[in-house]
Design a protein around this ligand. Structure first.
Ligand code: ADP
Length: 220
């Protein structure tokens, strides 16, 4: 349910990860409370966030003073100080904050964060490493993987798909992928339909199981 609290997000730890996350949330229209123990970090973000406060997030009293228990969502962006990251996450869980996201620096750290109450754990460097691997291999221009092995890929179409209606190419049957969008050079994306024709120089967005879209992006 989209309650009022869902638009209020506490971001704890305004490092590189928490800082850019907090700014993007503000841009998306959320009311963001940024918290960091380092006054310089807070100062850096004071103008860009709804609220910014200096506090040690392992101090339960300090979080209560800032009304953190009333937030529907919180993100723990503390990474290098693993102890502070775990303590903060468990405090948020005790407060009953409904959606807790936390950044982990390793898989073990991530498992502990889940145990102390984080619903979602993000491993920015591992995840980015995997994502970039898909980009450096060649034809894949952008890649998003969802947790259930499902991926959305931006790629150049294989030669066999050129100049024919998508419906005729039977890509779904043969590769298990669905062409979702087509981008012609100099134009925006359009939704693909069975009678869309892909031309040389186009870029396509393809959805499907990870293995299937990878296989599709490898064919020439
Ligand atoms: P990044 O790699 O995203 O920069 P860091 O782990 O280096 O992440 O930075 C996390 C931020 O969290 C830093 O700005 C640091 O001051 C802050 N931080 C660390 N411990 C606490 C704490 N106990 N309370 C609040 N903020 C903290």
């Amino acid at each position: 349910a989209d309650t009022k609290d869902d638009r209020r997000v506490a971001v704890i730890g305004l490092g590189r990860f928490g800082g850019s996350l907090a700014i993007e949330l503000t841009r998306l229209g959320c009311e963001v409370l940024g918290i960091d123990v380092n006054p310089k970090r807070v100062q850096r973000f004071a103008d860009e966030l709804t609220h910014a406060a200096v506090a040690d997030s392992t101090d339960s009293e300090a979080l209560v003073q800032l009304d953190v228990p009333a937030f529907g969502r919180a993100v723990v962006g503390i990474g290098s100080d693993i102890e502070a990251s775990i303590l903060t996450t468990s405090l948020l869980s005790e407060f009953g904050v409904q959606h807790i996201w936390a950044k982990a620096v390793s898989r073990q750290h991530g498992r502990i964060l889940e145990r102390v109450g984080a619903q979602r754990v993000v491993l920015p460097e591992y995840d980015m490493g995997e994502r970039v691997a898909h980009l450096v291999t060649g034809r894949i221009l952008d890649y998003i993987e969802f947790e259930d092995d499902y991926a959305l890929v931006k790629t150049t179409p294989p030669a066999e798909a050129l100049g024919r209606q998508l419906g005729e190419t039977r890509l779904r049957k043969r590769y298990g992928v669905t062409v979702v969008g087509i981008k012609r050079p100099g134009a925006g994306f359009t939704y693909a339909t069975p009678d869309s024709v892909v031309q040389d120089g186009d870029v396509v967005v393809v959805a499907g199981r990870r293995d299937d879209v990878e296989r599709f992006a490898e064919i020439v």
